[in-house]
Design a protein around this ligand. Structure first.
Ligand code: FES
Length: 125
């Protein structure tokens, strides 16, 4: 594959995340304070869909499942965050967001994780 148009910049509200399908490759676009990132749709910790569990506050993306965080400007993981985000190359041209999709970016997940699958700081039950 090559550069592919995903959407218009106005299709992803500021400080939000939106999932797109690019020729069968799921790509999550994050608008962080008017800048954009294109990332795989799953949290690199335990495969939580970031479209639901992710919160963007303008610079930091937080997965609310176990509070892993990433600085979207630098892709630095937070102190308690075990893996950086994988990112697709992205460019904005004429109001369009384009990503370079050579192959689907996927995380490797460990089988022996310290967290229980049902653990969450936000679950009420
Ligand atoms: S699944 Fe995202 S922080 Fe654990």
């Amino acid at each position: 594959m090559t550069w592919k148009r995903i959407c218009a910049t106005g299709d992803v509200a500021e400080n939000s995340l939106k999932l797109f399908d690019v020729d069968g490759v799921p790509i999550l676009v994050v608008n962080h304070g008017g800048d954009f990132r294109a990332i795989p749709p799953l949290c690199p910790h335990m495969e939580e869909p970031l479209e639901q569990s992710g919160i963007c506050d303008g610079r930091v993306l937080t997965c609310t499942k176990h509070l892993w965080q990433w600085d979207l400007a630098t892709n630095e993981p937070g102190a308690e965050t075990g893996k950086p985000l994988l990112m697709y190359d992205l460019e904005v041209e004429g109001g369009d967001i384009k990503v370079f999709v050579e192959r689907e970016l996927e995380y490797e997940f460990d089988d022996d994780d310290d967290y229980d699958d049902d653990d969450s700081f936000w679950d009420d039950d």
